[in-house]
Design a protein around this ligand. Structure first.
Ligand SMILES: O=C(O)[C@@H](CO)OP(=O)(O)O
Ligand SMILES: [Mn+2]
Ligand SMILES: [Mn+2]
Length: 562
């Protein structure tokens, strides 16, 4: 199939660029949610609301679905997330996502006969090695799912390894902020049943909070990865963690987490310190040894790539931290995380195949494309947007810019984050006249949303509104067109029904508004005949605004040209 696009008979003509502005986590509250928790409404962002009001008046506005089946998730009520949201916007197609593919491979058993499994778990077990699983312990279904872990632990036990060790990272970001012990109890029950039924000893060996141990992304803070590597591989808790009476070494995960809660009541699960489970002689239960298999059970790539590098890079080819004595283990990821870079080398389930993405078409049409975000979301507008591929499609006509983020992701005290720097760069890109298509992700509403701090979220939305004023002015000055939208909801639900802080994403729809100062009624936003208009439609709209028809297999455009 060729990548050439057919031109529209009557394309709209504008001098300036087409801009896609993604306010990450900026959703529309669903009627079921707590209205008191809507920080976006509370912030009353005048510029954004004014722009949306104008778009509504002109017929240039709609709401788009950004969760569940609209973005390829297994269940209709799965909340949205950045990976699937940016995949959908950038690919124009809804593909069955990793969450679903892993479920299928577990249900039909194909995971257990594939090479990924036999060359790691089965191979280690055959030599009486042990099998380790590490990853995010929850049913958030954004990075992982506890049911998938259960399926794999059971599958591993059937191979009769000498032991199974799980190193859970507690969540509190995709599930309620301090719900970790609920999942730990579920996991303990699973492991107990497996041990009783198969005779293979299965236990929790170490763990920690996801944002403090292991799950950094885009190289923002490698010390998070180091901390996780140390508790998983070496059964070691860094000295710096042993403060205020925290011991680091406990007889069970429950004891460790309970103690951390008593000592640090203000910490959410996401930031729980690392712990290592020890026996009666204070020896770690399950550090990684030569010949063991290690499975990362997170299916989403952004926060899985760095720890994978730490496991896979040979001696001398890794300089992010000192890994100590590196065990010769057999490592696998549950899914392939980066197809371009080939990470990981071994995986248990093939990833979704996301091909023929918007960027490929635009590059083939020689449209000049610019992408920008701060570090925490940089890969979202590049790697996720391009179908989980790192790097450029065509470096000669594309430029991707990363504004370096503060390494701390708990930014409630500084909800402005790097939005000012992003705005300065974005305005310059729009005004440069160099680009046909500019895309930007503003991280704030989502990242601040994950702190569960309502007032910070309000402050962040107010600040973004100031930024948008300058962005819209630049678009107007250049005679361009801007689409304002989001990848999923978050900031519109900062409290649950009981008024408690809510840190997770939502199932809310997102706004889709077109700002087009030179508009002369040439087209309209029109969703007639589209059953559930979703954010995957945005790729088609982008093509239309640039003068092309979208390919037939793309989701229908929500724009009709007159
Ligand atoms: O922070 C993350 O990893 C996820 C939530 O788990 O958020 P987002 O999908 O917005 O990146
Ligand atoms: Mn997001
Ligand atoms: Mn998020």
């Amino acid at each position: 199939m060729s990548l050439s696009l057919s031109p529209l008979a009557n394309p709209i003509k504008r001098d300036g660029p087409v801009v896609l502005c993604i306010l990450d986590g900026y959703g529309i509250q669903s009627p079921k949610a707590n209205p008191e928790g809507d920080a976006i409404v509370a912030a009353n962002p005048e510029t954004i609301n004014g722009m949306i009001a104008e778009a509504k008046e002109r017929g240039l506005y709609t709401e788009l679905a950004a969760h569940g089946h609209s973005v390829g998730l297994p269940d209709a009520d799965d909340m949205g997330n950045s990976e699937v949201g940016h995949n959908a916007m950038g690919a124009g197609q809804v593909v069955a996502q990793g969450a679903k593919l892993v479920n299928v491979a577990l249900e039909d058993g194909s995971m257990f006969s594939a090479n990924g499994w036999t060359s790691t778990v089965k191979a280690a077990a055959a030599k009486k090695g042990r099998v380790h699983f590490f990853g995010l312990l929850s049913d958030g279904n954004i990075h992982s799912h506890i049911d998938q872990l259960e399926g794999m632990v059971k599958g591993a036990a059937r191979e009769s390894p000498s032991a199974i060790f799980v190193h859970p990272l507690i969540d509190g970001r995709d599930v309620p902020p301090t719900s970790g012990l609920i999942y730990i109890a579920k996991l303990e029950a699973i492991l107990k049943a497996v041990t009783e039924e198969t005779g293979v000893p299965a236990m929790i060996a170490s763990g920690g909070g996801r944002m403090h141990c292991v799950m950094d992304r885009y190289g923002s803070n490698w010390s998070i990865v180091e901390r996780g590597y140390n508790h998983i591989v070496h059964g070691k808790v860094d000295e710096a963690e042993l403060v205020s009476g925290y011991k680091g070494y406990y007889t069970s995960a429950e004891e460790a987490i309970t103690h951390a809660r008593e000592l640090f009541p203000e910490k959410q699960d996401q930031f729980n310190p690392p712990f290592v489970c020890v026996d009666a002689d204070n020896k770690p239960l399950g550090p990684v040894r030569d010949g063991d298999a290690v499975v990362n059970f997170n299916f989403r790539g952004d926060r899985a790539v760095q720890i994978t590098k730490a496991f896979e890079a040979p001696e001398g080819a890794f300089d992010h931290f000192d890994r100590g004595v590196i065990p010769a283990c057999l490592y696998a990821g549950i899914l392939e995380y980066d197809s371009e870079a080939g990470i990981p080398k071994t995986y248990l389930c093939p990833p979704p195949s996301i091909t023929r993405v918007l960027s490929e078409y635009l590059c083939a049409a020689e449209k000049k494309c610019y992408a920008i975000a701060e570090t925490h979301k940089y890969g979202h507008v590049t790697y996720f947007f391009n179908g989980n591929r790192s790097g450029y499609i065509n470096e000669e006509i594309e430029s991707y810019n990363q504004i370096v983020s503060e390494p701390n992701e708990m930014i409630e005290g500084h909800p402005e984050m790097m939005a000012e720097e992003v705005t300065v760069d974005l305005v310059a890109a729009i005004e440069s006249g160099k680009w046909d298509f500019v895309r930007v992700n503003y991280a704030n509403p989502d990242m601040v949303g994950h702190t569960g701090n309502f007032d910070s979220e309000v402050r962040c939305v107010k600040f973004l509104d100031q930024c948008m004023k300058r962005v819209l002015a630049a678009v107007e000055k250049m005679g361009g067109v801007l689409m304002l939208t989001a990848d999923h909801g978050n900031g519109e639900e900062m409290m649950d029904k009981k008024g408690k802080p809510k840190t997770s994403h939502t199932t809310g729809a997102v706004p889709f508004a077109i700002f087009d100062p030179k508009y002369q009624n040439e087209y309209k936003v029109d969703t007639t005949g589209i059953e559930t208009p979703g954010i995957a439609s945005i790729a088609s709209v982008t093509m239309n605004l640039l003068g092309y028809k979208q390919p037939e297999f793309y989701e229908p455009s929500v724009v009709t040209l007159e």
